[in-house]
Write a protein that binds this ligand. Structure first.
Ligand SMILES: [Cu+2]
Length: 258
């Protein structure tokens, strides 16, 4: 291969290799484990297919016009200037499409916003650079700190499986229960983001934001702070440990007896 060709193909090869190494993250949104996360995924795919159809239609028309009406064939440009119907159509069609996309989006936003009738409430407070979880009914309160060792961060030890996505005390919750989450901050803006739960909520000092979760299956769900909140913004991960009702009760008792 000539040098020029290598230069052309190198970015492509690197891109493909990067894809292989990050295969576990997937190329799409995670489907998640809550009714809301499923609906977010479905909405995302619906909008994606609409965009794809528009893209295919527009580019097909464009390439057809470039090919069929080329200068070498003696094509003469048509004059659409101040055409009443063209003006109406290219305003009306996008407007109808936007309204059609707005309907399912607003429906989902309304559902996400409905935090009524929760079984339990957890207050989540962002702080530089850790999370505090307060179980309002159970009277449990603790901080959750990054547990990745400094040696791994400095490259002195090999990285673990959940590098920078592991904590000393995860937020433990029961599955199959509507849980209301209340978000705030004790210093600067943070943002609590767990993709599998379909929640990404700002934590603002002096403000309380709300979201709710209803987790379908037990598991460890991981996330990060997504609001640039200072020097160690990348070192305040989130781990949610979803357990069966019985295991959750056991955990509550163990915490209350401490
Ligand atoms: Cu933060």
């Amino acid at each position: 291969m000539s040098e020029r060709r290598v230069a052309l193909f190198l970015p492509l090869i690197l891109f493909l290799l990067a894809g292989v190494s990050q295969a576990e993250y997937g190329y799409n949104l995670p489907v998640g484990v809550t009714p809301v996360s499923h609906q977010i995924y479905d909405l995302h795919m619906l909008i994606f297919y609409i965009c794809l159809a528009i893209g295919v239609g527009v580019f097909a028309a464009l390439f057809y016009a470039i090919y069929a009406f080329r200068k070498s064939r003696g094509a003469v440009a048509a004059n659409y200037h101040e055409s009443f119907w063209v003006e109406i159509l290219w305003t009306a069609i996008p407007l109808v499409l936007v309204v059609l996309m707005l309907i399912p989006a607003v429906r989902l936003l309304t559902k996400m916003d409905d935090t009524s009738k929760p079984v339990m409430n957890i207050k989540i407070t962002g702080a530089q650079w850790k999370w505090q979880y307060s179980y309002l009914e159970e009277g449990i309160q603790f901080f959750s700190n990054l547990s990745t060792s400094p040696a791994q961060i400095r490259g002195l030890k090999p990285k673990g499986k959940h590098y920078l996505l592991e904590v000393d005390k995860p937020m433990v919750v029961p599955i199959h229960q509507k849980i209301r989450l209340l978000f705030t901050s004790s210093d600067v803006n943070h943002s609590w983001w767990v993709p599998d739960l379909g929640v990404k909520m700002d934590c603002i000092p002096g403000y309380v934001n709300e979201a709710w979760i209803w987790i379908e299956k037990p598991g460890m769900y991981r996330g990060q702070c997504t609001e640039l909140c200072g020097m160690q913004h990348g070192y305040m991960p989130i781990v949610v440990d979803a357990r069966s009702e019985a295991d959750y009760e056991k955990w509550v008792r163990s915490q209350q007896n401490q």
